[in-house]
Design a protein around this ligand. Sequence first.
Ligand SMILES: *[C@@H]1O[C@H](CO)[C@@H](O)[C@H](O)[C@H]1NC(C)=O
Ligand SMILES: *[C@@H]1O[C@H](CO)[C@@H](O)[C@H](O)[C@H]1NC(C)=O
Length: 440
Amino acid sequence: MVSYYIMASSKKPRLRDLALRRLLSVVFVTLCGVVILIFLLGSNSTPNIRSHDLDSVDDDSSSGYHSDLMFTKLQSLPQQTDLSLKLEKLNGMPPRNLDLYPTLAKDAIIVVLYVHNRPQYLKVVVESLSKVVGINETLLIVSHDGYFENMNKIVGGIRFCQVKQIYAPYSPHLFQNSFPGVSVGDCKDKDDAKGKHCEGNPDQYGNHRSPKIVSLKHHWWWMMNMIWDGLRETRVHSGHILFIEEDHFIFPNAYRNLQILTSLKPKKCPDCYAANLAPSDVNSRGEEWESLIAERMGNIGYSFNRTVWRKIHNKAREFCFFDDYNWDITMWATVYPSFGSPVYTLRGSRTSAVHFGKCGLHQGQGENKACIDNGMANIRVEEPDKVANIDSDWDVHVYKNQPGYKAGFKGWGGWGDDRDRHLCLSFANMYLSKGTASSL
Ligand SMILES: *[C@@H]1O[C@H](CO)[C@@H](O)[C@H](O)[C@H]1NC(C)=O
Ligand SMILES: *[C@@H]1O[C@H](CO)[C@@H](O)[C@H](O)[C@H]1NC(C)=O
């Protein structure tokens, strides 16, 4: 039995997130200058940048990958910086490790790991993925919110499957003095836009945008559009895609369990939109019943197919105009309810993934290990977690009317600025010219 000693507490309450927002925005303005400076100095003085690095992108037009990645350059997309343009080119690079894993299994479930800048967490996740049975049959895509050397190094070391990195080219972290970053004339906090002649629309609570706060929802939405409709490796993928985050520990049986769940789903739970690795209650490790569970969509290790994506994409306007900076709460409060019937997901009754992060998403960055060391708890990987533990003969236990965010919730705010809403909408339109996207 292997034990990983990692802190395993639940997400911070949203209310505290909210209270921290004002403090964060002040800290952010100061830090962001420093961080960008360090980052720029760091990358300039690093002679040995890794394989898919920024310096090599310009001479790489020979691969033929770029031309295949057709962006409709919308007027409404912000003016890009050099860094943003370079990262966009990196997104066209082929996966790594093709020499070791030249082909994917026919029924591969592609795994997308979306990350920001918590290297100490990412190491744990990657280590856990390396032990996942079947991971070598599929492609792992790591989607980065911003460009961070320490994060790249960890991903660059992966040898256990095909791996491809993509970077959100409109991440606020890439824009030093223009939108989606902070611009000089932007309103802050509870500024009065008219009185101060500053730019911005306050959210429902009177607060102006904070780039650091909006970046996750932007990243998530950009990534979804990119993965399903843009990226050549995935835009024709017909099966499920699994989404995990940089603070999700994945058990060795996760992939095999997911294969079973997705194959059982059409028969056992026709009302299920997705298959999940973990309970929707982030504190639960599962019931350990001899039964499958159908319950409300969770945000840890969720997977769905293109049919479901099309339904989500159809609700781009709802997603992009809802005044909440959390992508998941936005989905629960607007997108899923608009489908007309309860949105269930199918899972096993013993979890195959756990959330271990304690630091809020944008705290505890850099080399600060405090977030992971405080309040340590075990993530125990026991024998039943190492092999598929779902029985195809089990019935489905359905949880109806679970508590949680639902239609009618007004949102936590943080997403009131028209520029954010329209950038979000532009992401949904990036691939319209390909004829795959639905009308908005
Ligand atoms: C994947 O790993 C397993 C176990 O190590 C091995 O038996 C199998 O041949 C590998 N498959 C591929 C496609 O590399
Ligand atoms: C995708 O999943 C949905 C929901 O489970 C299902 O109704 C649909 O038939 C699936 N689509 C494909 C192409 O398998």
